[in-house]
Write a protein that binds this ligand. Structure first.
Ligand code: ADP
Ligand code: MG
Length: 351
């Protein structure tokens, strides 16, 4: 049965005076697909290992369904882990790999057969039960690793960069698969990645980590559309970050003076805007001026990337802006255009 997870005040340093995790709190709901997203070295794996019981925290407590498991050893926690490198036994068959945890727990033969069969069906690997691991592709091995974790009916499924060793196409496919499996089984899953695309496309919620601290927690859309800081804005997607000062706090709009001129923002819940985010895909290009948030700019250059073009413009104030558009219209360097952005896409940041 899936459990809720409550982490409070958990901290860790491996060396004295070098904190890897500062005391942090997190609540993960039962059945949630929750992401820990952040750059390499920010402490994601450390937190996951603390949840698994492989690493001991310096402080704090962990509750599964309200029960304190902080001092329980890994095998008593009912948390199953899936690793980047699969960690399968090469000399055992697929069936025996998936059965491993159940055998270790002393399950009866019938139970093992049933649970392994169900887990292999769930990951669509039933036909491979008798195969040896080295004869499988990377994607298939990852499916087996997932089946092994699920077969023990864990309260919490922990995934540490499970798709990092797969090529791009397979990674996309496995993203959908893992999300499907977690939802079909209503698994509480905590998924660690540095890949924002994985977190944005799969997660119910994301905690963004940097330097051992939670920067922001929210749904993928919240994090992408309303990042609080420059770091969050940049980590979640492409950005134009402009210095800003709020000139007027109106009923409908904030008037913000920026490096490219005065912009209206509809985010009136904010009082301050030392900087402002405009995502490159939110800038419209036209030949004639529109009403609000419109400014003239010179087209400099563009890169065709297939699904979109990345263009560079220079505003009259000399600021270079990135603009993404989905057409591959040829533009002439040096030509003037009007750029505009909707007030809801002018996002004030805290820093
Ligand atoms: P992430 O998974 O986000 O890349 P980690 O949790 O693996 O980050 O590591 C966070 C920091 O802790 C890194 O600076 C790493 O070098 C350090 N670290 C991780 N594991 C150990 C360990 N067993 N002993 C000493 N330092 C470690
Ligand atoms: Mg890691």
């Amino acid at each position: 049965m899936s459990a809720s997870v409550a982490i409070s005040g958990v901290s860790k340093s491996y060396q004295k005076g070098v904190p890897v995790l500062l005391p942090l709190d997190l609540e993960i709901q039962r059945g949630e697909l929750f992401f820990l997203l952040g750059p390499s070295g920010c402490g994601k794996s450390t937190l996951l290992r603390i949840l698994a019981g492989i690493v001991e925290p310096d402080s704090g407590s962990i509750l599964f369904d309200g029960k304190d498991i902080t001092s329980l050893p890994p095998e008593k926690r009912q948390a199953a882990m899936v690793f980047q490198n699969y960690a399968l036994w090469p000399h055992l068959s697929v069936f025996e790999n998936v059965a491993f945890g159940l055998r270790a727990a002393g399950a009866a033969k019938k139970v093992i057969e049933k649970k392994v069969g169900e887990a292999l069906a769930l990951v669509r690997m039933s036909d491979f039960a008798e195969r040896k691991v080295p004869s499988l592709s990377g994607g298939q091995q990852q499916r087996v690793a997932l089946a092994r974790a699920i077969a023990v009916d864990p309260q919490v499924l922990l995934l540490d960069e499970p798709l990092s060793n797969l090529d791009a196409k397979l990674r996309d496919e496995m993203r959908c698969e893992i999300a499907r499996i977690c939802r079909e089984r209503s698994l509480t899953a905590i998924y660690v990645t540095h890949d924002r695309r994985e977190a944005l496309s799969m997660g119910d919620r994301i905690a963004l980590l940097n330097q051992g601290k939670i920067q922001q927690i929210g749904s993928p859309v919240e994090l992408y559309k309303k990042p609080r800081t420059r770091f969050a804005a940049s980590f979640l997607g492409d950005v134009n970050l402009l210095d800003g000062v709020v000139e007027e706090h109106g009923k409908e709009f904030l008037r913000i003076r920026t490096e490219i001129g005065v912009l209206l923002s509809s985010h009136i819940e904010k009082t301050d805007a030392p900087s402002v985010l405009i995502r490159p895909e939110n800038i419209r290009i036209s030949a004639s001026p529109s009403q609000e948030n419109c400014f003239e700019a010179e087209y400099l250059s563009g890169t065709f990337l297939g699904e979109r073009c990345e263009l560079k413009f220079r505003t009259e104030t000399g600021r270079i802006l990135d603009v993404n558009e989905d057409s591959s219209e040829l533009r002439e360097a040096g030509k003037k255009y009007f750029l505009s952005v909707l007030p809801q896409n002018v996002v004030p940041l805290e820093d």
